[in-house]
Structures are given as C-alpha cells and as structure tokens.
Design a protein around this ligand. Structure first.
Ligand code: NI
Length: 159
C-alpha cells in the first residue's frame, strides 16, 4: 500500500472522463488500497481515481469521523435523487478552497465492489453530497462548476 500524489488545480486529468473498470484484478486491488491510504492520510471524505491520475471509474469514501463507513465504489451510478441541500463543499484537488453548492438531500447509488458484485447504497446529507461530488469527478466535473448562482470560491480558514 502506498500514498499516491493528488492532482490539483488545473491538472488536465481532472477534466477527463474516466473509463469503466472491466477487470477486477490485482492491479485494481492495489489502486483501491492505495486510494484508501491516500484518503485517510489526506483527511478527506472521498477520493476518485482521476484525482490520483488514473482515468478509471473508481471511488473510495468515508464520511464518518471514526473510519467506520469506508466504501469502495466501482463503476458507480446514481439512479435516484430526492430533495435538496445547500451547503459548503471542498475538494482535495482544490486545496484551501470551498464554495456553496446545492445537491440532492438523498441519493441512491449502484456500484460494483472489488469482487465485481453490484451493490446498492443510500446516502443522506453529507454522504449524498459526497456520492454526487465523487461521481462528478468521473465525468471530469468539479464542484466549482456547480456553484450556486451568485456564489464564488472562497478560502478556508486552515492553510
Ligand atoms: Ni473532489
């Protein structure tokens, strides 16, 4: 397992569409394990493979404060959205910044796990926001593209 470098700011890979995973092999497991380490090391709640320079549809997430809700999503698709929430969002690839984005309050996601099995997930609040943010990364979309009308990026206090 290893920590991978997180691509930031205007790195063009962040704007590319990621390809589906078709082979569930050692190479994928290594990517997932490295992404897990990188996520926890960075203190983020989610990380998508393009952020570590890999254009594959892979996401790792944990929105809990005690590492109790770790999820690996391969080829994730949001298939249901409900309600809305407006709040601040940040991204490991846009360090020191955040901005206000409106997202669904609840989303349902289907994704494969590392064995290739399709699983269903439901997220509310922060978890729903994270599902949306991370699946956006797989399309080359960043939260700063989705700022609410009249909103702009602002600096966070830390850094
Ligand atoms: Ni992000």
């Amino acid at each position: 397992m290893a920590i991978r470098n997180i691509r930031v700011d205007d790195d063009p890979i962040l704007r590319k569409k990621a390809r589906p995973v078709t082979e569930f092999n050692e190479r994928l497991f290594e990517l997932l394990d490295d992404m897990k380490d990188t996520l926890y090391k960075s203190g983020g709640v989610g990380l998508a493979a393009p952020q570590v320079g890999v254009l594959r549809r892979v996401v790792v997430m944990d929105v809990s404060e005690d590492k109790s809700d770790y999820i690996e999503l391969i080829n994730p698709e949001i298939y249901e959205e409900e309600g809305s929430q407006t709040g601040s969002e940040g991204c490991l690839s846009l360090p020191g910044l955040c901005g206000v984005v409106t997202r669904p309050m609840t989303v349902k996601v289907k994704a494969q796990n590392r064995d290739g099995k399709w699983c269903l997930y439901k997220g509310e609040g922060l978890k729903a926001r994270c599902f949306c943010h991370e699946t956006d990364h797989l399309e080359g979309v960043l939260y700063k593209d989705r700022l609410d009308e009249g909103e702009s990026l602002y600096r966070t206090e830390e850094e």
